[in-house]
Design a protein around this ligand. Sequence first.
Ligand SMILES: *Cc1c(COP(=O)(O)O)cnc(C)c1O
Length: 367
Amino acid sequence: MRPILASISHAALRNNLAVVRQYAPNSKVMAVVKANGYGHGLLNVAQGLGDADGFAVLNISEAIDLREAGYEQTILLLEGVFSEAELAIAASFSIDIVVHATPQIDMLDSVQLAKPLNVHLKMNTGMNRLGFVPEEYLTAYNRLQACGNVANIILMTHFATADEDIGIAKALALFETTTASLGNAKSLANSATILRHPEAHADWVRPGIMLYGASPVTGTPAAQFGLQPVMSLTSKIISVQTLQAGESVGYGHRFTANKTTRIGVVACGYADGYPRHAGQYGVGDDRSGTPIAVNGKLTQTIGRVSMDMLFADLTNIPEANIGAPVELWGNLVPVDSVAEASGTVGYELLCAVAPRVPFNIIQAEST
Ligand SMILES: *Cc1c(COP(=O)(O)O)cnc(C)c1O
């Protein structure tokens, strides 16, 4: 079997959930498991996060998968429903819905549900993505309040700049002013808000990326928050080549050796989800490559990433031969370091792990 593998640690998930509770001790935790659990597998992560107070997803099929797997906590559809048929399904599975636009209220008004639903009413406080602007928020609230299909209303927003220097003060003030007359529960905080803005923890927090052990704050390593990587993407060296000075490697010959250079070929490429635009040595160019670990030692990629393989510099790891273990990201190589070398964020790399990569779930006892 091709040696690539994504190992998922339940102990790390439990640790990271405990970190969320440490930062936000008075809030209920809605674990965001959209995008197939940020690429880790929806049910794989739900298992490790079984103590969460709720789960947030996008598709009603994911919500049903969670209910059918036996999860009884709150389940929330982050974009709400897309049809009246989905409203009836949400009601029958007791799934909470976001309401972010008027047509969704019209739908609620035009059906007769078996059971009223909890609604998380979203305000647009400056992200300008989903939600009612503050001037329209109370009208939406009053319509929901009068609708027989609505049970509890939770007041919700999402911050655009929780991870930026500018922070969330303006958006939070807008939210608080608009909702000052309402006593409902509130849900405001994504990972960056949980870690950086305790004033916005409120009744529910909605962590995503931090649960997976990556950092929501560019430039601050996840380990600094006590987070542990949940996914280790590993493979093996399947070929070793020795380049003489002047010889090149890979498509486009993007790397040319200026001295004798030992190269390991790793069974992992962009069709596995590894970024093709990962930083690489160029011709006669001393930029660093992307970090990678071979035999437990840090080195870097060289040359261009191909569909199924990439190259690691083994010059300083002479004992590494065919079969040597490789970590693409995980405990030795933070996914955020690979992301930084690729001009993106850990979120994108984790979500992009390809379906052809097999998973190994490590359910070690909690520590
Ligand atoms: C994805 C998402 C989150 C989680 O964000 P992270 O940055 O991964 O913590 C929270 N709330 C909403 C509305 C989201 O869409």
